[in-house]
Design a protein around this ligand. Structure first.
Ligand SMILES: C[S@@+](CC[C@H](N)C(=O)[O-])C[C@H]1O[C@@H](n2cnc3c(N)ncnc32)[C@H](O)[C@@H]1O
Length: 270
């Protein structure tokens, strides 16, 4: 995975939070928050928390005496998350690499990670870290996107980028966010890292935006796809965004647009 794939910095955190989060992340955040809260955990760690969409859904469901560490590799994502969350003494915001967690063994009842595992350069090492910091009977609850063919706007945007750069297409979306969807591989990686019980379900939602341009803007400007396009041609970002807008317009028409999104939800125990 190129280093740029995990760089959520510069203008990306704000655009990601404004456009990508409502488009595709909020629905799954409610789901994962409910699954984490179901077992009434008192010590919770979230990794790859981004701009805090899960924290906003999960904090209200945790007990008054709970503690909740919200972490991410990229400090600018966490800064945005902290700025959006109301004052909450139970929450600690902490920069951390999910592959080198700065926490003692057996510290948490639950580790949550929404759409982060695809970015781990070594997934087995990342899962081993989650297992190390979990208490006995603790649960690792995470999700990953299904294949890009099941995720309408991501597929259309990737096709549009390919049309602009046919010889060297920007493949961020298919390579990383949608590059780890094989449930047999996910289960094998979890077992190789020491988890013994693995439950996986596949969940489809609708992804809605005010119009085609908003959906195209979210993917092209609010993710590391932006850096990949700009590396090929600093002036091409708007060209790709316009091409993606036209393609979404062609498929869904004027006004509000709504496409399928699909992800796997995984609950693993030692
Ligand atoms: C697609 S975003 C998901 C963010 C958030 N969970 C959400 O649902 O909006 C992926 C996140 O993974 C973070 N990330 C990438 N590599 C990481 C690592 N090794 N450890 C922790 N976070 C990482 C990125 O900074 C980014 O915030």
């Amino acid at each position: 995975m190129p280093a740029v794939d995990k760089l959520f910095v510069g203008s990306i955190p704000e655009i990601y939070d404004t456009y990508m989060v409502p488009l595709i992340f909020e629905a799954y955040a409610s789901d994962i928050a409910r699954r984490v809260a179901d077992a009434a955990p008192t010590r919770v760690l979230e990794t790859a928390a981004g701009t805090g969409v899960v924290a906003r859904a999960l904090a209200p469901l945790l007990a008054p005496n709970a503690s909740y560490i919200v972490s991410d590799l990229n400090q600018p994502m966490l800064d945005r998350a902290a700025a959006r969350q109301g004052a909450d003494k139970r929450i600690v915001w902490q920069q951390a690499d999910a592959l080198r967690l700065p926490f003692d063994p057996e510290s948490f009842d639950a580790v949550a990670c929404q759409f982060g595992a695809m970015f781990f350069p070594d997934r087995i090492a990342g899962y081993r870290e989650a297992l190390r910091v979990l208490k006995r009977h603790g649960r690792f609850i995470f999700n990953v996107w299904d294949r890009i063919e099941e995720n309408d706007f991501a597929r259309i945007v990737t096709d549009a980028a390919r049309a602009i750069f046919p010889d060297d297409p920007p493949r961020f979306l298919s390579r990383t966010p949608h590059g780890y969807h094989d449930v047999a591989l996910i289960e094998a990686d979890l077992r190789a890292s020491g988890f013994t019980t693995v439950d996986i379900i596949t969940l489809q939602h609708q992804s809605s935006a005010a119009d085609a341009h908003t959906a195209a803007l979210a993917y092209c400007h609010g993710t590391p796809l932006r850096s990949e396009i700009e590396a090929r041609d600093p002036k091409a970002l708007n060209t790709v965004t316009d091409r993606a807008t036209d393609a979404i317009l062609e498929a869904y028409g004027e006004g509000p647009v709504s496409g399928n999104i699909q992800a796997h939800i995984i609950v693993a125990r030692a």
